[in-house]
Design a protein around this ligand. Structure first.
Ligand code: HEC
Length: 163
């Protein structure tokens, strides 16, 4: 009798623990990966984080997917932004003055008053957790799109700004 009860309890206990582990672990991971820590969301948001661009043209192509996944929600797919909320990247005089401003905004985030194409923005851009390669690609894409002046940013440049 005693031995039977002990065994039954033992089995129940193991099943309970297993179920709890499976559910809480997996559900939490899936909720937190996309929405929580920016670092953890990076592999999901960048479809090809291991792909290294061999030239400027590839940088622009890969950079477009980085942009669509990490920037377009705020700055809009064609970089026009949203008045009073998200400044335009299209034809941005703020960016034209120094492309390092885009690198800094991505790595460290950006807040406080800035003037872009004559409009004042006083908002907050969160840091976007991307590796040096992806930052180089996305900034190169932006520089070569929507009326911006062109140019190329390399991972080495991003690394220098990160320090
Ligand atoms: C959550 C919304 C959001 C996301 C995502 C975001 N930004 Fe921003 N970004 C902002 C806001 C807001 C500002 C203005 C901050 C301020 O007012 O100081 C800004 C400013 C900028 C600026 C400088 C101003 C300008 O218009 O030239 C650049 C460049 C920029 N972002 C690039 C990017 C890039 C590239 C990405 C993707 C890697 C990105 N942002 C993702 C909201 C966002």
């Amino acid at each position: 009798m005693r031995a039977f009860n002990k065994g039954a309890l033992g089995i129940l206990k193991v099943e309970g623990n297993e179920n709890k582990g499976v559910y809480s672990g997996k559900i939490r991971d899936r909720v937190y990966l996309p929405e929580g820590s920016a670092t953890l969301s990076f592999p999901k948001s960048d479809p090809a984080p291991q792909k290294v661009a061999a030239n400027k043209q590839q940088r622009i192509e890969i950079g477009k997917s980085v942009y669509d996944n990490n920037c377009a929600a705020c700055h809009q797919p064609t970089g026009v932004g949203i008045p009073k909320a998200f400044p335009p990247l299209a034809n941005s005089d703020y960016l034209a003055k120094d492309p390092n401003r885009a690198i800094t905004a991505i790595i460290h985030g950006l807040n406080g008053k800035i003037t872009v194409n004559g409009e004042i923005y006083d908002s907050v851009m969160p840091a976007v957790a991307l590796n040096d390669e992806s930052v180089a690609n996305v900034v190169t894409y932006v520089l070569n799109s929507w009326g911006n002046k062109g140019g190329e940013v390399t991972p080495a440049q991003v690394k220098a700004v990160r320090k």
